[in-house]
Design a protein around this ligand. Structure first.
Ligand SMILES: CC(C)(COP(=O)(O)OP(=O)(O)OC[C@H]1O[C@@H](n2cnc3c(N)ncnc32)[C@H](O)[C@@H]1OP(=O)(O)O)[C@@H](O)C(=O)NCCC(=O)NCCS
Length: 328
């Protein structure tokens, strides 16, 4: 490992933005990660101190972003950071710079009171920096909804909902719906807050729909989904089980418009502990793996959560990633 003599690790400034974008492009060979960095800067959670650059001879040679989050664990809200993305200019890779950036970020996050760092990443690289595997999972609940065409024969006991795109002013209502759906039960839930950018996607191929009550006066459901795959929502919130089923019928109609068969198999982003999972008949499954990692920064509730998950006493938690990660 070569030591870079003029290496300086420091927090980003606005003057670094172009250099950081260039490093991300060079390291990943595409612009998606630099866009993710730019989008994360728009979040209310963003802390520029935790977006670190490795500067060599006055040039940005590496970058890492640690994004602050409020995370649900064992019924409480704790503070953690998400490491994403990290990039080193190809000519400076494998010289220990990535490791130094991550260590510096951990130290700063620890000083700022964050309990742990989490990421989705390569299982041979991050463990040497303290990351543990199987820290969280991806959860789905499968539900089949049939329909008849043409026209719809909606079940009569379900509310007749209407939909519209999410718009300015919806944030607080959607946030309280999110709280009702995921708190306090669902471990690793990432608190989206009220800002509109957390509820609408930067990707035009993803639509964010508000579902309105029969009289149109109240938002009773929310679904963010790729238009091409309404049966696999990214986020799905409903006031109760009847609303959820009515939402599924409307989403099944969208799928029917795409010329599919007479029933739609949904994969809903719901955790076994989510209230809605039980109301939809249960059967949610959360799978974890070696890519879903977290690094404790100090003794905290995370240790207890991790011990329980790995002893099989509790299902792994389930984060739904911020809209900034929906570009592809
Ligand atoms: C991943 C990356 C940030 C690591 O930074 P770095 O400064 O090169 O890493 P370090 O010098 O601290 O560590 C180097 C070690 O990590 C390993 N490593 C680097 N990238 C790796 C990867 N993607 N997967 C697994 N191991 C990796 C190297 O093989 C090396 O191992 P060795 O010491 O046994 O030879 C950098 O290689 C990079 O920018 N890669 C392209 C972008 C990327 O993949 N980002 C991470 C997405 S999860």
């Amino acid at each position: 490992m070569t030591e870079e003599k003029n290496l300086k690790i420091r927090s980003e400034t606005i003057a670094d933005y172009a250099g950081i974008a260039a490093v991300n492009f060079a390291a990943f060979g595409m612009t998606e990660e630099s866009s993710i960095v730019a989008l994360q800067r728009q979040s209310e959670n963003f802390d520029p101190d935790l977006s670190l650059v490795a500067e060599i001879d006055g040039r940005v040679a590496g970058h890492v972003m640690f994004m602050p989050h409020r995370v649900q664990l064992l019924g409480e809200t704790v503070r953690a950071v998400n490491l994403a993305p990290i990039s080193i200019l190809p000519e400076y890779q494998k010289k220990g710079i990535g490791g130094k950036l991550i260590e510096a970020g951990h130290n700063l996050a620890r000083e700022k009171g964050y309990d742990f760092s989490f990421l989705l990443g390569h299982p041979t690289y991050y463990p040497r920096l303290g990351y543990l595997p199987n820290a969280y999972g991806f959860s789905t609940l499968k539900a089949t909804v049939g329909f008849s065409r043409p026209g719809r024969d909606q079940s009569h006991d379900l509310p007749a909902l209407t939909t519209r795109p999410v718009k300015q002013g919806d944030g607080p209502t959607l946030y309280s719906l999110w709280r009702e759906n995921f708190l306090p039960e669902v471990d690793f839930s990432l608190d989206p807050g009220e800002a509109l950018v957390e509820w609408v996607s930067p990707n035009p191929a993803v639509e964010a729909l508000a579902f309105l009550s029969e009289d149109g006066s109240e938002i009773v459901g929310y679904c963010r989904t790729r238009k091409a795959t309404p049966e696999k929502p990214i986020m799905f919130l409903a006031k109760d089980g009847a609303v959820a089923r009515a939402m599924l019928e409307l989403l099944a109609e969208k799928k029917a418009e795409q010329g599919e068969a007479s029933a739609v198999e949904f994969e809903l982003p719901l955790h076994p502990s989510a209230r809605l999972s039980a109301e939809l008949g249960g059967g949610a499954h959360c799978r974890t793996g070696i890519y879903t990692m977290a690094c404790p920064l100090r003794p905290s509730l995370f240790d207890e959560y991790y011990a329980q998950v790995n002893a099989g006493e509790r299902p792994p938690g389930f984060p739904i990633w911020p809209t900034a990660f929906e570009l592809s």
